[in-house]
Write a protein that binds this ligand. Structure first.
Ligand code: XMP
Length: 541
């Protein structure tokens, strides 16, 4: 899913991607890779992720992929994902022929195992009892390299209807559960099937099973590291860009920061970054970004201070969606003006991540209801005709962070909490004015300062202040006050799709509240938001 801190960059994708040829987005070459064939499981990308955690490169491909489209990752093995189909459904996805022709080790999971059985001459039938949730697996002998060093019985996570009635020739059963007489199978020649899901946390020993498959069946070495990624990417960027010129919109978020640093290492002065100050950034953010990139890292950085322009455009706007639209359009104008002063430009670098790619390639996975626009720019102006450079296109967020550290970016930037593209505008309820921005900046600074002092910053998904448009009566000294209510929000989340409010220690909340009412003129009351998502959202607007 698209996390927020670089959406102002990745939103360009919608228009720019149409212009980029497949060749420009070719994945990196690696010395050993595992192919995950996606049969439509919600866990396919999780499998790839688990494999990478074992230091082996992995990528998800569709069932219609040809050998030519997968060979560049130097496949050492194939994992077939689960999926919603039954092998007897008309048009049910099939394992591509090249999987067997290439003699690669194969691990079929759930539907992947049923497809193996079906295509290799066994029989799959509808199960009498569907099996969802936890089950106890019993090993029952056979070629069990997959289960090396695992106990004879252990807990697994099942989610299937069909079951195996007849094994294909040459296969034997490796394990059973109460409802699945064949819960694992193998042919002694590197082809395995599992009826359960080793990739999910509810199969506690699942990672050991995947590790056995990689290291024993596929003979992987496990050498994929951020360092390899960096040197590979540098080579690829140099090949793609040649002596062309590249621009990159820097937001201060980790994705665009890592993208810019990789490009800087690869092509030096051929890269120019544009950093737009929309006046809606947090305290000291514009200075921090310029310090890090221009002064410390030596990047070509164009700083476009458009704060006044944005605030002028936002005057009188109170509707959240309208705020996003105004900010998005103004961003494009400012960015285009800054870029047009740079002369000939050939490429646009973006911090698109793997979850964005997965999401955009399987539209059926997208949440259907639009809750918020989540974009702050409408798209790149048509006349710019730029080709895309997306060096992070095959990485997950935490891998990007590892690469960031490898590239020498400061920890505080690498582990920065997500910050929305429209910035403070969607945390100021009602009209956005300079005075209210400054008020919120001061509150926000205190919240983050106290969260950091309590050692909680990296454990929390997002923590911030919101300036409401409510005013309440208070008393300070002998005077009546009448000022704004500031709300504090701190949430834990895996991916921003769902979130829970963080049970912050009372002392931390007390310090924040005390400091805010004392240090921020105009704010006289502080509340803590204890709403989860759903039903709330993370941001207030
Ligand atoms: P919500 O408020 O929908 O937010 O729970 C989920 C995540 O998205 C971020 N967010 C945005 N990011 N432009 C962005 O770049 C936006 O318009 C936007 N709205 C919300 C939010 O900070 C959270 O991480």
């Amino acid at each position: 899913m698209a996390t927020s801190d670089d959406l102002e960059v990745s939103a360009y994708l919608e228009i720019a991607e149409g212009r980029a040829s497949e060749a420009e987005n070719e994945p990196q070459s690696v010395n050993e890779g595992i192919i995950v064939i996606d049969f439509g499981s919600q866990y396919s990308h999780l499998i790839a992720r688990r494999i990478r955690d074992l230091k082996v490169y992995s990528e998800v491909f569709t069932a219609s992929s040809t050998w030519e489209t997968v060979r560049h990752i130097n496949p050492k093995g194939v994992i077939l994902s689960g999926g919603p189909a039954s092998v007897y459904d008309p048009g049910a996805p099939r394992i591509p022929d090249w999987v067997f022709e290439r003699d690669l080790p194969v691990l079929g999971i759930c539907y992947g195992m049923q497809a193996l059985v079906h295509q290799l001459g066994g029989e799959v039938i509808p199960g009498q009892a569907q099996e969802y949730g936890s089950a106890v697996l019993h090993q029952d002998g056979g070629e069990a390299s997959l289960f090396t060093e695992l106990p004879p019985t252990f807990q697994v996570w099942m989610s299937h209807g069909d079951r195996i009635a007849t094994l294909p020739p040459g296969f034997s059963s490796l394990a059973y559960t109460e409802n699945s007489p064949v819960a694992a199978l193998g042919n002694g020649k590197g082809i395995f099937g599992l009826q359960f899901h080793p990739e999910v946390n509810h199969t506690p020993l699942g990672q050991s099973i995947l590790e056995n498959f990689l290291m024993r069946a596929c003979d992987c070495r496990g050498s994929w590291t951020p360092g390899h990624f960096v040197s590979d990417s540098i080579k690829r960027i140099q090949e793609q860009v040649g002596d062309g010129r590249v621009i990159c919109a820097l937001s201060g978020g980790v994705d665009s920061a890592v993208t810019a640093m990789l490009l800087h290492k690869a092509i030096g002065d051929q890269l120019t970054c544009i950093f737009v100050n929309n006046g809606l950034l947090r305290l000291e953010e514009p200075e921090r970004v310029q310090d890090t990139f221009k002064r410390n890292m030596g990047l070509n950085l164009v700083y476009a201070d458009a704060s006044e322009r944005f605030l002028t455009e936002l005057a009188g706007v109170i509707d959240p969606e309208q705020k996003r639209k105004v900010i998005g359009e103004e961003f494009i104008r400012v960015f285009e003006e800054a870029a047009s002063g740079l002369g000939q430009t050939d490429f646009l670098a973006q911090g698109t991540l793997y979850p964005d790619v997965i999401e955009s390639e399987t539209p059926e996975n997208r949440a259907s209801a639009r809750i918020k626009t989540h974009h702050n720019v409408g798209g790149l102006p048509e006349n710019m005709k730029l080709k895309l450079v997306e060096p992070l296109r095959y990485l997950f967020k935490d891998e990007v962070r590892q690469v960031g550290l490898e590239l020498g970016l400061p920890e505080e930037m690498v582990y920065r909490q997500p910050f929305p593209g429209p910035g403070l505008a969607i945390r100021i309820i009602g009209e956005v004015t300079l005075e209210r921005c400054d008020m919120l900046r001061a509150c926000d600074w205190i919240v983050i300062d106290e969260i950091k002092a309590a050692g909680l910053y990296q454990q929390i998904w997002q923590s911030f202040a919101v300036l409401t448009d409510n005013r309440t009566v208070g008393v300070m000294g002998d005077y009546r006050t009448y000022g704004y209510v500031c709300a504090i929000r701190a949430v834990s989340s895996e991916d921003a799709m769902t979130a829970d409010w963080v049970r912050l220690p009372y002392e931390v909340l007390a310090r924040m509240s005390n400091r805010i009412v004392n240090e921020v003129p105009g704010v006289t009351r502080v509340v803590y938001d204890i709403t989860s998502k759903p039903p709330g959202t993370i941001e207030w607007e």
